[in-house]
Design a binder for this molecule. Structure first.
Ligand code: SF4
Length: 576
């Protein structure tokens, strides 16, 4: 295969505080993002290690197409052993670091070891000349926005940043990793949020990574002309289509409510009485008087699903306010105002926390009588105080299971230790099979199927195919909201490297990624007992149809057995 040559990877040793640029193995050319992270973790990380100890490995890997001119293709995956699930984890984000690393020809950073002094902070600086570890004690404890504001004065305007807030430094297991968006202000608003990988970064004393591409150009495919033609056609066809995300994911709120998948009060109900005030349409209405609007979070994104939310004075507050956040920090806590949720979203981005895990934890705290339902100011207070290290703040920052333990509460909706996302497995059984069988734990981006009427004999196949399509997408660099299919991705790979990639090959890339992840979890000690839906989801009925999780465990187990390839799977769009 031809295509981009001379690719390299960066190996960082945080015990010695060194960074080395080494050649990227040719055999890994078609591995990027999630699949590359899984392969490195399986080969180089002991699955039985302490996720917050020196033995864990943090991988930062852009997708195969990141840094090219393919539209909406610059996502970066963060991978490691999760301190939340104790299994393998990948979470990806938009923003510009993925594009910038790949423009420089760096396929990934592999961060190992741990400084002897846990009080020390370091940064990794990356540019065309190489990479180095530098001291960063001056930035200890900073919230993400303040950190980036300060870094902006020390690095060129072309640089992008990957960072953690105090939650990651405190090794809280709900901590996220922030990436800066493509705006001039470089907001640290794009988070690889799930699974507590921010705590892994914090455990390595790594406060931020600065990536300066300088004048580096986009990556040149082997079949440049055809690649550009495909991108032009793909963009034209996309823009002529239904533009499902033109108002962002928050516009899905009313439909989710109808489908009983807009959880209310710690998932004791599937619909919320606050659907009108949490509807994303209210955010869109605010653009006219306050400013803000829709934008692309990374260079080259044609979907522009990210809403930029302003306050009443017309000042930037947060981006993006997503459906998942409006659900977990809004309706699930009986917080009725989207503006309060916007405040909570900003606080999570500042402190560096996953909004899904944090919302689930606050709902458990409310459900157990710790705070009144709907107490938005109380929730904001907890988030502001997390960096002070109170027992409650630590529990909320550590997520749903930790909060349930602190409160001795029985209703803790998690799979493999990770909180259920908004999409509810009681009406969406195939999605529930994904939550139980995915190596990622309860994660809608692992394979979402929004089809409540799907017949039972199709649940397993739907889940397995969605998991495979999403694994390939999350390895390609494409954003799931572009909704690419496997044929699209293999066409791009073929033109990038000048050699056809068959349907079997692209399907194998997805299946091998899942297999690497399942194998990592098996070696970490996972068994079928880790695939159970929690009792509350099995027992608490929602909606007039009294929906519960009643899917036999044999069906969940079938998701691990590879099914024959169907032509339809190659046209199936990624969904998350
Ligand atoms: S589709 Fe949305 S989330 Fe994805 S890259 Fe574009 S703006 Fe970011």
């Amino acid at each position: 295969m031809g295509g981009p040559t001379g690719d390299r990877m960066i190996r960082v040793d945080m015990t010695k505080q060194t960074a080395e640029v080494v050649p990227f193995p040719d055999a890994w050319k078609l591995l990027g993002g999630r699949a590359l992270s899984a392969r490195i973790l399986l080969e180089e990380c002991d699955p039985s290690c302490d996720p917050l100890g020196p033995g864990n490995v943090l991988v930062m890997a852009p997708g195969v197409l990141s840094g090219t001119a393919a539209p909406t293709s610059g996502r970066i995956s963060m991978g490691g052993k999760s301190p939340l699930t104790n299994g393998i984890k990948e979470a990806n984000a938009g923003g510009n670091p993925g594009q910038d690393l790949m423009k420089l020809g760096y396929r990934c950073l592999v961060v190992k070891g741990q400084p002897k002094d846990p009080g020390k902070r370091f940064a990794v600086e990356v540019d065309a000349a190489g990479a180095k570890v530098v001291p960063a004690d001056a930035h200890k404890g900073k919230w993400n926005y303040k950190l980036v504001e300060d870094l902006a004065g020390s690095y060129p305007q072309t640089a992008s940043f990957i960072s953690i807030g105090p939650a990651g430094e405190m090794r809280l297991t709900g901590a996220s990793i922030a990436c800066t968006d493509q705006e001039q202000a470089r907001h640290p608003a794009r988070h690889a949020a799930r699974g507590g990988l921010g705590a892994v970064m914090g455990s390595k004393g790594l406060k931020y990574v600065a990536v300066d591409p300088g004048k580096a150009r986009v990556r040149q495919p082997e079949k440049r002309k055809e690649f550009m033609e495909l991108s032009k056609k793909y963009t034209k066809d996309y823009l002529a289509g239904p533009l499902m995300f033109k108002h962002g994911t928050s516009s899905v709120v009313p439909v989710a409510n109808i489908l009983q998948t807009f959880p209310y009060k710690n998932r004791t109900e599937g619909q919320s009485p606050d659907v009108a005030t949490l509807d994303g349409a209210r955010i869109v209405e605010s653009f006219a008087t306050r400013g803000g609007g829709m934008h692309n979070c990374m260079t080259g994104c044609i979907v522009q699903c990210s809403n930029v939310v302003h306050d009443r004075d017309g000042k930037y507050k947060t981006s993006a306010l997503e459906f998942e956040t409006l659900t977990l920090l809004g309706s699930n806590c009986a917080i009725a105002s989207w503006e309060d949720v916007a405040d909570l979203d900003r606080l999570c981005d500042e402190v560096g926390l996953d909004t899904i895990e944090t919302g689930a934890a606050i709902a458990i705290f409310m459900d157990s009588g710790g705070m009144a339902w709907g107490d938005a100011e109380g929730a904001k207070r907890i988030l502001r105080e997390i960096s002070q290290g109170s027992e409650l703040g630590r529990a909320i920052g550590n997520g749903a299971v930790a909060t349930g333990k602190l409160r001795k509460h029985h209703r803790v909706p998690v799979v493999k230790g990770q909180a259920l996302p908004a999409w509810d497995p009681r009406p969406l059984k195939a999605t529930g099979i994904t939550y139980c069988s995915s190596p990622m734990g309860a994660d809608h981006t692992a394979g979402l199927i929004v089809n409540p009427g799907l017949p039972q004999d199709q649940w397993v196949r739907a889940s397995q195919e969605a998991q495979l399509v999403n694994a390939v997408t999350d390895s390609s660099g494409f954003c799931q909201f572009l909704q690419p299919n496997l044929d699209d991705i293999r066409s791009y790979y073929g033109l990038l490297y000048g050699e056809e990639v068959s349907r079997e090959q692209i399907a194998d890339l997805g299946w091998n990624c899942l297999s690497d992840e399942w194998e990592f979890n098996r070696r970490a000690g996972f068994t079928e007992k880790d695939d159970l839906m929690p009792e509350c989801i099995q027992q608490d009925a929602i909606g007039p149809a009294k929906l519960v999780w009643d899917v036999p465990q044999e069906l969940v187990a079938q998701a691990y057995e590879r099914l024959p390839l169907r032509p339809e799977m190659f046209a199936q769009k990624a969904a998350g």
